[in-house]
Design a protein around this ligand. Structure first.
Ligand code: PHE
Length: 459
């Protein structure tokens, strides 16, 4: 029951910037290029593109519709559609909680790199060793982690339209410009040709079902789906705005940033190594060496990490907002208190994640049919828990709630901004979207689960 007066986006563009700011984050700039590298380049990007615009678009539109229709935090939203389905929101808040706990640790690493570059320091020539030494330090990463969370909390406390919207309005366009500058520099480097060919000449022989499913998981994470975050952001949106157009814009922006990042990161990695090597941590291990080898490398390095910091911050803000909206509306806490308590708990979980990077041999656990129980480092098992379990499960549940419980008819009427029986928008794709949300999206997500838990994807 949303009794309190709720915040609203001051403008539609503010909403787009905030939601795109949520979507664009470490997932696009840090993870995506690594996955493209591991997944075979251009062919992976093509598959990813199709998945975003078929599956991602479908689920995001559903989350926005639920949020805007119910005008509540994720838990209240799903509960008000059907009392028995409130757990979908709880699942989302829980997933967001764990994601932000470690996301803010990685955000802290980015701050450290910003600091090193801005203070003219150097990474000792070997960035891989620098990175390893830094993350294995028991104390320093924790300080940066707390700093990252503190900034996130300060912005969220200021509330929706004062804090999040204003910050996103400045950060998002800045991020875009910086990334394009970096990309132009990268693709004009002397040895950029091999990397460009890898990205532009799709080789479909590298595509396997596993890679297809990796792309699906990456797309959901990157679009901030399955955690009630987009549902929460949708709940602050005016009834008369065009949901379909907004969703399409956000999917396009997010994918554009991911693709620009791949073009900014992969050609220089090729230029330095002759191949794409092992993915994932390019942003911390391989890139500094690349910047060193560039004219004005320190400047480009500083720009890049500032950009990555902004991207991580706007995503972090969105996750914390999802949690805080829940605590304020369901548990009747003050905004400030809710944000501070949530952040304190995240420091606790995040510290364990951080320490498990090398300082302490902390282990978690995981299970697949193929390998049975295993005990990977705690950090890795936290990521597995969210990416491979909670996010797909949350997305699957939102497809079921929207497609079957609420009913795609009602959702379509919300999407069309129907007032007094007359729709404001046509949404001529409605029958297609209904089929996607009821059948195609749930089936594909169940496929991720089966592959993930059968153990045929290597993590
Ligand atoms: N989409 C963000 C990224 O790509 C991460 C995120 C996930 C943010 C889920 C909010 C919710 O980095």
């Amino acid at each position: 029951m949303a009794t309190k007066s709720r915040g609203q986006w001051a403008s539609n563009i503010g909403f787009i910037l905030a939601a795109a700011g949520s979507a664009v984050g470490l997932g696009n700039i840090w993870k995506f290029p690594g996955k493209v590298g591991a997944g075979g380049g251009g062919a992976f990007m093509l598959v990813y593109f199709c998945i975003v615009f078929i599956m991602g678009f479908t689920v995001m539109l559903a989350e926005f519709a639920v949020g805007r229709h119910t005008r509540q935090n994720a838990v209240g939203a799903y509960r008000s559609i059907d009392r028995r389905w409130g757990f979908v929101g709880i699942l989302g808040v829980l997933a967001g909680f764990i994601v932000l706990s470690y996301y803010s640790v990685v955000g802290g690493w980015v701050m450290k790199y910003v600091w090193v570059y801005l203070t003219g320091g150097n990474l000792g020539g070997d960035a891989g060793a620098f990175y390893q030494q830094f993350v294995s330090n028991p104390v320093e990463p924790l300080i940066w982690h707390v700093a990252f969370l503190a900034i996130t909390v300060l912005i969220v406390i200021q509330g929706v339209s004062h804090g999040i919207e204003r910050v996103s309005k400045i950060l998002m366009p800045g991020l875009f410009v910086l990334l394009i500058v970096l990309m132009v520099r990268s693709v004009t480097l002397p040895n950029a040709k091999a990397g460009l060919e890898f990205l532009l000449k799709p080789d479909f022989s590298t595509l396997t079902p596993e890679i297809l499913l990796t792309a699906l998981g990456q797309a959901f994470f990157s679009l901030s789906l399955g955690m009630g975050v987009m549902c929460t952001y949708g709940s602050y949106l005016n009834r008369r705005e065009n949901l379909v157009k907004n969703t399409l814009t956000i999917c396009c922006l997010d994918t554009l940033v991911a693709f620009i990042s791949a073009f900014a990161i992969i050609p220089p990695v090729f230029a330095a190594n002759g191949s794409v090597g092992q993915g994932g941590s390019f942003a911390f291990t391989a890139l500094p060496g690349v910047f060193d080898a560039m004219p004005a490398g320190k400047l480009f390095g500083a720009l890049f990490y500032v950009l990555l910091f902004f991207a991580a911050l706007t995503s972090g803000i969105s996750i914390l907002e999802g949690t805080v909206a829940y605590a304020v509306e369901e548990l009747h806490m003050g905004r400030k208190k809710a944000a501070v308590i949530a952040a304190a708990l995240m420091v606790a979980i995040g510290s364990l994640y951080s320490l498990s990077q090398g300082a302490l041999p902390l282990k978690g656990f995981w299970y697949t049919l193929k390998t049975g129980w295993s005990f990977p480092p705690l950090g890795q098992s936290l990521e597995l828990l969210t990416d491979n379990l909670l996010i797909p499960l949350g997305s699957l549940c939102s497809c079921i709630v929207v497609g079957w419980i609420w009913g795609s008819k009602h959702a379509v009427s919300e999407i069309r901004s129907t007032e007094n029986g007359s729709p404001l928008y046509r949404f001529s794709m409605a029958p297609l979207w209904s089929a996607l949300i009821r059948y195609v999206a749930p089936a594909a997500i169940i496929a991720i689960f089966l592959i993930g838990f059968s153990g045929y994807i290597s993590f």
